[in-house]
Design a protein around this ligand. Structure first.
Ligand SMILES: [Zn+2]
Length: 345
């Protein structure tokens, strides 16, 4: 089969790989229909994070081609969403809703297969894959379904961890696909005001379309002052940190009102927490690698009902052979998120 592989920073090519196949009785093989590139993929693409050369990609939706003898809930022919982590759904962590910390689980790419390829072997299929009801879904809806494999559920996780509630004033730090989905998630949870921190006109426009009521273009201390000015010096009720840099976390904590939470989902790179300020102002942080599998069912209902549409974050698309272009477009911030059309449903 054909699949994208990471060679070295800046170099992604398509190579022949062994066909994905059932190896364990709890496995399934998914033929990929849509995949995409993630902001977190850019850490290794840019050489900022070590990564073994080989298959890549952790976001995909597709059709089940084969299942192992012990798979009960997933069947050949099912159209499924795969979260970026596989999980059994039965261990204590999964039962607490933190499927991304599953005792038996792991993260894609795994076992030599990545989501940016023609097919993927999915371990623990029953606990991992989510079948999509119905058929003949539109292109736009399919793209929204793909966003549930990571960015939409990750944005939602940030909002849940920040404790977004009806009527809240919320701030979202980060205008990538996860940050923009964080705006959607905060609106979905009933936030009254949503302040999007973004300097990019196109992303500001998308954030407003997703429900942002205010935009702050400043960075650093200026951003803090701008948000405090918008909130009469109080700060916001809930803050979503969706980047992972020291500056974005500092900003997030500085604009949070006393007694509130920062929900953080950006993969931390060079982040230190100001515990002194957090202690004396009673500010907390909660978050991490999103338990996407736990969130997909409720978000899927809203996508299918047309109440939730994250598809606009995909503003660049190509086929599998164009994967290097897909990375470059995001690396050069010409694209928010790149879609890969791999196969047909
Ligand atoms: Zn588990």
């Amino acid at each position: 089969m054909r699949a994208a592989v990471f060679n070295e920073p800046g170099s992604i090519t398509v190579a022949d790989r062994p066909d994905a196949a059932v190896r364990e009785p709890t496995d399934a093989v998914v033929r990929v229909v849509l995949s995409c590139v993630c902001g977190s993929d850019l850490w290794y693409y840019r050489g900022d994070s070590p990564f073994e050369p080989g298959p890549i990609g952790h976001e995909f939706i597709g059709v089940v081609e084969d299942v192992g003898a012990e798979v009960r809930d997933i069947a050949e022919g099912d159209f499924v969403i795969a979260p970026f982590a596989f999980s059994d759904g039965t261990c204590p962590h999964c039962r607490h809703g933190i499927t991304s910390a599953c005792a038996a689980g792991g993260f894609f790419p795994a076992n030599g297969d990545g989501g940016q390829g023609e097919a993927v072997r999915v371990p623990l299929a029953d606990g991992t894959l989510v079948p999509v009801p119905g058929s003949g879904h539109s292109e736009d809806l399919m793209t929204s379904l793909l966003a549930l494999s990571d960015v939409m559920a990750t944005g939602h996780h940030a909002a849940v961890c920040a404790g977004v509630d009806e009527g809240d004033v919320v701030a979202v730090v980060g205008d990538g696909a996860v940050g923009l989905c964080g705006v959607l998630a905060a609106a979905r949870l009933g936030a009254d005001r949503i302040i999007a921190l973004s300097r990019n006109p196109d992303r500001q426009k998308l954030a407003r379309g997703f429900g942002a009521t205010d935009v702050v273009e400043q960075r650093g201390q200026d951003a803090t002052e701008a948000v405090l000015a918008l909130t009469d010096g109080v700060g916001v009720d809930a803050t979503l940190e969706c980047v992972g840099t020291g500056q974005s976390m500092d900003t997030a904590i500085s604009i949070a009102r006393p007694g509130s939470m920062v929900g953080y989902v950006g993969v931390p790179h060079g982040v230190e927490l100001p515990l002194g300020e957090m202690f004396f102002r009673n500010k907390g942080v909660l978050g991490g690698s999103a338990p996407v599998r736990a969130y997909i069912p409720e978000l899927l209902d809203d996508v299918l009902a047309g109440r939730l549409d994250p598809a606009p974050v995909f503003d660049f698309e190509t086929d599998l052979n164009g994967v290097q272009d897909a990375y470059e477009a995001m690396d050069e911030r010409r694209a928010i998120k790149s879609l890969l059309r791999v196969g047909t449903a």
